[in-house]
Ligand binder design. Structure first.
Ligand SMILES: [Zn+2]
Ligand SMILES: [Zn+2]
Length: 422
């Protein structure tokens, strides 16, 4: 017997019983994107390794431990994309998308890859949705990006989530703050994990969101970023909050939010899911002024967010919200005899190309077997075509719930069903 295979560890198949749910979430996301005037961008799933090393940052877990790296036949270094922002910024610079000035508003959907320990809701190939607005440092835009996240989760019907925001300052105010963090953490380093010991000099803010309990305990009393913000960053943050208030979007300021990647500054935010417990960020985002310049572009501010489909779907299941209409045919055709089968070929095609989801099973011969197949499909209508109907140019339509039957002239069938299904 031939060997059977399974999916690589940390990956999964999206099977038909679930794929319509994924389609639904993508559809809602694209609709909200259109309402907020964002256009889709599709980048390759692999990039030069440099694209991530330079932007995501050498001190991040992603670059240090989690990237899928490979060399192609010519020895060039590539990585499967671990996140979506760096490729978008690479493309923005490469294609001069900012040429006409103003805001470039982009969204993306697709798989990302991280070599991480698989656990519930976390995979090695995972799917993200994200948006980027490149071109403005205006706090109005920060609020707009956050509002997009709020509108998206709300449109899906989710209720049990919270928005937390923070400002992590710019390079100017970070100087003093990083210094204060180094002074605070240095005497405690022997009680902290090896990651924290390594990061203290590269990116001391990362020590604030270490998940190791003993590190968490020490980080609890660390200096507060918000007290170190300079004038510009403080005003910016205050204005973001003002706009959110004007839109009636509820939020909480949480000075612990730092975001894991090096390129963030100023506004950072998370939409937290109250259903899921420990790993509870549905959406994470923030401002990345300076990133475009790092990619060789003209200094252009940017801000965006990303979220994972897997966690979103888990939350939707937990809250019991709708995934839209389950995919199934509207009508099932039962055809008795060879002549009926031939007529069905044309009939099926006419129904389908007129927007009616129709199904037929040519392998079942008897009326009983076909009716059983129709029952299994749970369609609203069954169409029955036998010798009598062929002779009269008609067809029998049976409403499956009520069991009611009526005979309909075949040339009227399409419009009749279109009316019924409207
Ligand atoms: Zn600042
Ligand atoms: Zn730690």
């Amino acid at each position: 017997m031939a060997e059977k295979y399974s999916v690589p560890r940390g990956t999964f198949d999206i099977l038909p019983a679930d794929s319509y749910k994924w389609q639904y979430v993508k559809k809602v996301f694209s609709e909200v994107a259109a309402q907020f005037n964002f256009q889709e961008i599709v980048t390759p799933i692999f990039e030069q390794t440099d694209v991530f090393e330079r932007s995501v940052g050498g001190s991040s877990d992603i670059v240090q431990k989690e990237m899928y790296r490979f060399q192609d036949k010519k020895g060039r270094n590539f990585a499967l994309r671990p996140e979506g922002t760096a490729p978008v910024v690479r493309s923005f610079v490469e294609n001069n998308l900012g040429m006409t000035g103003g805001n470039t508003k982009l969204f993306y959907l697709g798989p990302m890859f991280r070599y991480d320990r698989p656990q519930k809701g976390r995979y090695r190939q995972f799917y993200q949705y994200g948006i980027e607005n490149i071109g403005s440092d205006n706090p109005f835009i920060d609020a707009e990006i956050i509002a997009f996240g709020y509108a998206f989760l709300s449109k899906l019907g989710l209720k049990n989530f919270e928005l937390e925001i923070n400002s992590i300052g710019c390079s100017n105010c970070s100087k003093d703050y990083n210094q204060a963090l180094v002074e605070y953490f240095t005497p405690n380093l022997d009680k902290m994990c090896s990651d924290c010991n390594e990061r203290i000099n590269k990116n001391p803010k990362r020590l604030l969101d270490c998940k190791v309990p003993s590190c968490k305990e020490i980080a609890k009393d660390a200096p507060n970023m918000l007290e170190y913000l300079d004038e510009d960053c403080r005003t910016h943050f205050a204005q973001v909050q003002e706009y959110l208030n004007l839109m009636n979007i509820p939020f909480k300021v949480n000075p612990r939010i730092v975001r894991g990647l090096d390129y963030y500054n100023k506004t950072a935010f998370e939409f937290l899911d109250n259903n899921l417990g420990a790993q509870n960020a549905l959406i994470g985002g923030g401002r990345y002024n300076g990133l475009v310049e790092q990619f060789g572009g003209k200094d252009t501010p940017g801000i965006g967010f990303a979220g994972g489909f897997e966690r979103l779907l888990l939350s939707m299941e937990t809250e019991g919200v709708s995934f839209g209409e389950e995919p199934k045919p509207n009508v099932f055709i039962v055809a008795i005899g060879e002549k009926a089968k031939q007529l069905t070929a044309k009939l099926l095609f006419d129904l389908r190309t007129n927007g009616i989801k129709a199904e037929y099973n040519p392998d079942k011969e008897s009326l009983k077997a076909q009716m059983k197949a129709a029952d299994k499909e749970k369609t609203r209508f069954t169409l029955i075509l036998g010798e009598d109907e062929i002779a009269k140019n008609s067809i029998i339509l049976k409403e499956m719930i009520s069991g009611e039957q009526q005979e309909i002239p075949r040339e009227k069938l399409v419009t009749f069903l279109q009316d019924k299904l409207r």
